[in-house]
Design a binder for this molecule. Structure first.
Ligand SMILES: [Zn+2]
Length: 174
């Protein structure tokens, strides 16, 4: 690691400690040339597998762009969105996987977005899950009414949701 003070091309690790539930490591380094100390932070790479099969690094900014659009005109402020994107990243990292399908990112967004604003959630879900008819909206609204928001995360209805997604994939000619 190059010293950020004098650009010397080597540095020595003087301390190493895990932070944030062990998903990050922070290292204290010292430059043998100028003696300055600095810190580095190490996180596992998290790659997103896109529908095309290509991978790209996870980007909180991309999550933000998607939810910001869904939240237009809703009583949601930028801080809420930043927090949501952070939660999404934590959820994905907590799976311990190095590569995650883009679909999973969408799913990880749905639950916290629903807690934030149900209208934004519906907008997002309609795009993300390719709602094609009024019935799709009615079905989702019925689910929203029937289930308390924290029940929407992982269990039973998650599996009920998947077939809908595969049907929409067929519709788009995949
Ligand atoms: Zn130096």
């Amino acid at each position: 690691m190059i010293c950020p003070f004098c650009r010397h091309d080597d540095s020595r690790v003087v301390d190493s400690r895990p932070v944030v539930d062990g998903t990050e490591i922070r290292r204290r380094r010292e430059c043998p040339k100028c003696g300055q100390r600095f810190s580095t932070q190490e996180v596992a790479l998290l790659n997103i597998i896109k529908r095309s099969g290509a991978t790209e690094p996870f980007s909180r900014e991309k999550v933000l762009v998607g939810v910001r659009k869904a939240c237009q005109g809703r009583p949601v402020d930028e801080d809420d969105l930043v927090l949501l994107a952070q939660r999404v990243e934590e959820t994905l990292r907590s799976t311990g996987q190095a590569e995650i399908e883009a679909q999973e990112v969408g799913l990880a967004i749905l639950a916290p977005l629903r807690e934030l604003d149900e209208v934004a959630y519906l907008r997002y879900a309609s795009v993300y899950r390719n709602f094609a008819s009024l019935e799709d909206f009615e079905g989702e609204i019925a689910l929203l009414r029937a289930l308390p928001s924290n029940a929407h995360q992982v269990t039973p209805e998650r599996s009920a949701v998947k077939p809908v997604m595969s049907t929409s994939n067929q519709k788009t000619g995949k």
